[in-house]
Design a protein around this ligand. Structure first.
Ligand code: MN
Length: 417
C-alpha cells in the first residue's frame, strides 16, 4: 500500500489586498497565512511518512512570482527533499508563461535536479519508486490550444469545435500513455483541468474563458486507481462510485471572497492496484466574512449597522461590510464608529451602495413575463428611446455582428494566457 498526500492550487502570493504588512516580518500577512497552511500540509506528509506527495498545479498567481514568494514556496517543499519523499509538481494554467513558450515557474526544480522531484509540464508517464513500491503517475498539465494543435488546425473554427478537436487529440495521446502502463502497478492520473461536471469556485473568476472542459468519461478509466485533479478551488469528488475517485482537493487557502463558505484542505490516499481509500483533511484557514445590510428603510441606520456587525464573530477574519442606504442617510452614518466596530477583524473593507430613489421607467413589452430574443428586445428598447434614434440602425447592426461573432471574439480572448 502506498500512502499519498494530494494537494493543489496553492496560489501563494495572491490576495494581498486581504492582508496587511506584518510589522515584525515586513511580509504581507496573507503570504504568511498561505505559508503556514502549506507548512501544515508538509507537516502531515512528514508526520505520516507518506510515500509520495502530488501537487495538482497553480503554485503562484502567475508564472513570474517575486523571488521572496518563490523562496517561501521552495523552503516548504525542501522539507520533502530532506525527508526523501518523492514529489510531483504539476503545471497549472497560472504557472505557464504565455502559452507555454516561456516555460513554467516550476521547471526550475527539474533544471536544478532536485532529488526525488518530478515536474509535470508535459503529458507523460512517470514511474516513481517509493519506499512501499512503484507507482505510475501520468501528468496532464493545463492544456492550451497550442499544445496539441497548430494555428492552421483551428483557423476559423468555432470554439465548440476547437474544444471537440482538442478533446479528440488528447484522447489519442492519453490512450498512447495508457497502453504503455504496467497493469500490475498502481496508477495515478494527475491533471490540471476543468471537468465538465465540476462545480465552480473562484477559478471561474481567475481564468474565465481561458480554457475548455473535458468530459469526465476521459478520466474514469479502470486503468487509473486514483485521479488527482487541480484547478477547481472547491473540494469535490466527481465520481461518487469511487471507481476510481476523481478528486479536486481544492485550494489550500481562501483566495478571495468567492471561497468564503468552502472548506479548505488536502487529501490523504492509501493506494493499491485496484483500490484507493481517500480522506479529505480540512485545514484551519482564516475566516472570510461578508456582512450585507440594507439600511435604506431604517430610521436609525447607524444602529442597524452596528447591530449587524455585532451578530458576527469577526475576530481575526477578513471582513467586508456592504450596506445599502439612501443618499440623504449619508450624513447620519458615523464612519469612525463603524471602523471601531470592525477593529478586531484581521482586515476589513466597507462598501456603501446608494439605493436609487427614482423608480426606473419600464417598457411594458420588456416585462419579465414575456420572453423575447435579444435582437427583438434591443429593437423594442430602441423604439422607446427617441434620443438614440440617430444611431439605432448602427446599434442593431453592431449587435447582429456581435451575436454572430460571439464565439470567435471569445476565442480570441482565450489566446492571451
Ligand atoms: Mn488553475
Amino acid at each position: 500500500m502506498i500512502k499519498i498526500l494530494h494537494l493543489s492550487d496553492i496560489h501563494m502570493g495572491s490576495g494581498f489586498s486581504h492582508g496587511h504588512i506584518n510589522p515584525e516580518t515586513g511580509l504581507n500577512t496573507r503570504l504568511e497565512d498561505f505559508v503556514n497552511t502549506l507548512s501544515r500540509c508538509i507537516d502531515r506528509a512528514l508526520a505520516d511518512a507518506v510515500d509520495l506527495v502530488i501537487f495538482g498545479g497553480d503554485a503562484f498567481p502567475d508564472a513570474t512570482p517575486p523571488p521572496y514568494v518563490q523562496q517561501a514556496f521552495a523552503s516548504q517543499f525542501r522539507r520533502l527533499v530532506d525527508a526523501e519523499i518523492p514529489t510531483v509538481l504539476l503545471v497549472g494554467n497560472h504557472d505557464q508563461h504565455s502559452q507555454g513558450l516561456g516555460g513554467a515557474s516550476l521547471c526550475i526544480y527539474r533544471t536544478l535536479g532536485v532529488r526525488g522531484f518530478v515536474v509535470g509540464d508535459t503529458l507523460t508517464t512517470h514511474r516513481i519508486q517509493t519506499r512501499n513500491g512503484g507507482v505510475q503517475v501520468i501528468t496532464l498539465p493545463w492544456l492550451t490550444r497550442s499544445t496539441l494543435m497548430t494555428r492552421q488546425d483551428t483557423e476559423g473554427l468555432p470554439l465548440a469545435e476547437v474544444n471537440q478537436l482538442l478533446t479528440e487529440r488528447l484522447q489519442v495521446v492519453l490512450e498512447g500513455e495508457i497502453r504503455r502502463l504496467d497493469p500490475e502497478v498502481p496508477t495515478v492520473l494527475l491533471a490540471h483541468l476543468m471537468a465538465d461536471n465540476a462545480s465552480l469556485g473562484a477559478e471561474r473568476f481567475l481564468a474565465v474563458g481561458k480554457g475548455f472542459t473535458l468530459p469526465l468519461s476521459l478520466l474514469t478509466r479502470p486503468c487509473f486507481d486514483y485521479v488527482a485533479l487541480g484547478h477547481v478551488h472547491r473540494h469535490q469528488n466527481l465520481n461518487k462510485s469511487n471507481n476510481p475517485p476523481v478528486i479536486y482537493p481544492g485550494s489550500i487557502e481562501r483566495v478571495d471572497f468567492s471561497e468564503e463558505k468552502e472548506d479548505k484542505g488536502y487529501v490523504m490516499i492509501e493506494l493499491e492496484r485496484g483500490s484507493a481509500d481517500w480522506e479529505f483533511c480540512a485545514l484551519p484557514v482564516r475566516t472570510f466574512r461578508t456582512i450585507e445590510v440594507d439600511v435604506s428603510k431604517a430610521d436609525d441606520p447607524q444602529a442597524v449597522l452596528i447591530k449587524a456587525i455585532a451578530k458576527h464573530n469577526i475576530q481575526d477574519a477578513v471582513v467586508r461590510l456592504i450596506y445599502k442606504l439612501r443618499s440623504e442617510q449619508m450624513d447620519i452614518i458615523d464612519s469612525s464608529s463603524l471602523h471601531a466596530a470592525l477593529i478586531t477583524a484581521h482586515t476589513y473593507t466597507i462598501q456603501a451602495e446608494l439605493v436609487s430613489q427614482l423608480a426606473r421607467p419600464r417598457i411594458p413589452e420588456l416585462s419579465a413575463s414575456s420572453s423575447i430574443d435579444p435582437m427583438e428586445a434591443l429593437k423594442t428598447y430602441l423604439n422607446n428611446r427617441e434620443d438614440l434614434k440617430d444611431i439605432a440602425t448602427s446599434m442593431i447592426e453592431a449587435a447582429q455582428k456581435l451575436l454572430a461573432d460571439d464565439v470567435e471574439v471569445w476565442l480570441e480572448g482565450a489566446t492571451s494566457d
